[in-house]
Design a protein around this ligand. Structure first.
Ligand SMILES: Nc1ncnc2c1ncn2[C@@H]1O[C@H](COP(=O)(O)OP(=O)(O)OP(=O)(O)O)[C@@H](O)[C@H]1O
Length: 610
């Protein structure tokens, strides 16, 4: 399986369904600059890191000291080199020191592990917060290009992938390096030839383990990729479950899922088999090393070059050798994965919002409600204009209806008014002020919007209405709900205003969700109100009921209404008819009917349809 980034996973099936982008990319060459940038997140914790590093050094030295004491015990206490008999008091002293070293080692390790975990978690917390804070500022253009899932993966999986690195990876890496370095020095200094002989297997083992690790790494990446495809498919299937069931596609869907699942199991088995091969490789090399040590060591003892104690000490050191080597290999794999994740995180962090705020931006004063679209040209994609020179002059308190065929540019006009995008040419003015000159917060907080797809957050109905104005009292919430005729149905729910609703508001009907968003907008009490397709999914009876509420809602405000049901906009002060990004007609209902043009055509088409 190729690990090249963002490869398209080609589903080999007749109609190329379920082709998912492999976002799970996986490792990148080592990059110092990026690693440095990543470690900058540790900078605020430098002070806390110092004792951790001291503990790490202490732990390593106490570990290295134990085999030296073993040598001493054998050569000085059990079988003294000067020919005297074994000395129990000496042995007890050495054993006492050894015990002390073990206690020290235990204490320093406990401290180190505890605090590296704490620091690591803090770093991850900061990184995740930074990333989330940043992506909240990014403009619609950014989200247009990316499915929500891929943004989610970066905030969760990619940040999690760095967790190991920060919690113990870095400190372990340092510790292993110091330990290895210490052992090599000791082995070579005490007896150069024996030291060299026992380490002869190290490069061989390093080579074998590196190549095996690489294969294991790739195999696990393959598993992750397969699992990510299953996740994408699951996500799509669950979201589209109603369509699947309505079109009786369950069998077909199961076939695809089964195929993906089988491939995943195979990949897992392969990775797991490779993993299991790793242990024996280490054990065999360790055994060969030990064999060389005893074979050559015995030879040196016979020649009186080394003592028995030294041989045992060497055996001890060599036993401590394989673990760090093994861990360094693992650490390297971890680093490569971290490189890929951090690259993806930094790609988002480096993304600048396309709708920026000028440095000298001031707060928009209390809006009166006059709006002017001044010769607006806008395109989502270069060369494909969505608006081609739109000029609309709206007076304070006027109600404007935007109509036109699908894709004619109605929502785009609204998007520009809220500054979700900036026009390519022209200006949007509120009370004569170019909205690019004011802070985004002061603009959006004064423009209320009821979107086509009402978003319901997980929480109570009351909280969902309160989203319009966080400091609203319970009484104000009820009043707003009553005004838009949402109160009665809310009271009929099991827990009234405290009824818990889930993300996307599944327990509520479309109409109920819209009424809720009306209440939310009313509570916010904005001077400019936008209703995007607000009544599209409300049945005729409910529609009549809320016509009155709408009147109350719109009273005294400048409003922009996009409605496919033309009956709802009949009373608008001005109806603007769009076609392919241009205004083709403008006037009130009677005037436009009189023209017998596009608007009249739309009305006739709707009645014919009904
Ligand atoms: N995020 C986007 N990226 C690229 N093109 C877009 C995007 N949103 C809209 N468009 C294109 O811009 C044009 C105007 O779209 P817009 O959503 O304003 O139309 P609309 O009149 O509101 O349509 P509808 O009534 O279906 O909601 C369309 O051609 C559409 O394909």
């Amino acid at each position: 399986m190729s690990t090249s980034s963002h490869t398209q996973a080609k589903a080999k099936n007749k109609n190329e369904r379920f082709v998912y982008q492999d976002d799970e990319l996986i490792e990148k060459p080592f990059n110092w600059a990026q690693l440095r940038r990543l470690f900058m997140y540790m900078k605020p914790y430098t002070k806390q890191l110092i004792p951790v590093i001291v503990m790490m050094i202490l732990g390593t030295f106490t570990r290295l000291g134990v085999p030296a004491l073993v040598i001493l015990a054998i050569d000085e206490a059990i079988q003294p080199q000067n020919g005297s008999s074994a000395s129990v008091p000496k042995l007890l002293v050495i054993a006492g020191i050894m015990l002390f070293l073990y206690v020290l080692q235990w204490a320093s390790n406990t401290y180190r592990i505890k605090y590296t975990n704490i620091i690591g978690q803090k770093v991850i917390y900061d990184l995740r917060n930074h990333l989330f804070q940043h992506i909240q500022k990014l403009s619609f253009r950014f989200y247009d290009k990316r499915p929500a899932g891929s943004v989610l993966v970066r905030v969760t999986n990619d940040v999690n992938a760095l967790q190991d690195l920060f919690t113990n990876g870095v400190v372990n890496l340092l510790m292993d390096c110091v330990q290895l370095f210490g052992i090599v020095i000791i082995l070579l200094v005490w007896n150069f030839k024996l030291g060299l002989a026992v380490m002869i297997t190290v490069p061989i083992m390093f080579l074998v383990s590196t190549s095996l690790r690489k294969r294991i790494r790739f195999a696990w990446q393959d598993v992750r990729m397969k699992q990510s495809r299953i996740n994408s498919h699951l996500n799509e299937s669950i979201q589209g479950m109603k369509v699947t069931q309505a079109f009786v596609q369950e069998k077909d869907n199961m076939g695809f899922f089964n195929q993906m699942n089988t491939v995943n199991v195979k990949a897992w088995n392969k990775a797991s088999a490779l993993n299991q091969a790793f242990g024996p490789v280490i054990e065999i090399t360790a055994a060969i090393g030990t064999f060389i040590l005893f074979w050559y060591g015995a030879h040196l003892i016979q020649q009186d070059v080394i003592t028995v104690g030294l041989l045992v000490g060497y055996a001890n050191y060599i036993g401590n050798f394989w673990d760090p080597i093994n861990r360094l290999g693992q650490m390297y794999s971890q680093l490569l994965i971290a490189m890929a994740s951090s690259e993806r995180i930094f790609e988002f962090i480096d993304e600048e919002p396309t709708v920026g705020e000028r440095q000298e931006a001031r707060d928009l004063p209390q809006i009166k409600g006059a709006v002017k679209f001044d010769s607006i040209v806008f395109e989502y994609e270069t060369g494909r204009p969505a608006l081609k020179g739109i000029t609309i002059d709206v007076k304070e308190g006027q109600s404007i209806a935007l109509v036109g065929h699908t894709g004619s540019g109605k929502s785009t006009i609204i998007n520009l008014l809220c500054r979700f995008y900036d026009p390519v040419q022209g200006r949007v003015l509120i009370d004569g002020i170019d909205i690019r000159e004011v802070t985004i917060e002061s603009l959006r907080s004064q423009v209320g919007i009821v979107l086509q797809d009402t978003f319901i957050f997980a929480g109570s109905i009351r909280d969902n209405i309160r989203y319009g104005r966080l400091n609203a009292t319970d009484a104000e919430i009820v009043k707003a709900a009553q005004a838009v005729h949402a109160h009665d149905y809310i009271m009929s729910l099991p827990d009234g205003y405290d009824t818990q609703v889930e993300e996307r508001g599944n327990v509520l009907s479309m109409g109920q969700r819209q009424l809720l968003s009306f209440a939310r907008a009313l509570l916010a009490d904005p001077r400019i109100l936008i209703l995007d397709e607000a009544t599209a999914s409300i049945d005729t009876e409910t529609e009549l009921k809320i016509q009155e509420a709408l009147k109350a809602l719109l009273k005294g405000r400048t409003s922009f209404m996009i409605a496919h049901r033309l009956s709802t906009i009949r009373h608008a002060d001005e109806i603007i008819v769009l076609d392919h990004g241009e205004i083709v007609e403008q006037g009130n209902h009677e005037q436009l009917i009189g023209k017998r043009g596009v608007y009249n055509g739309l009305i006739e088409a709707q009645y014919r349809f009904l």
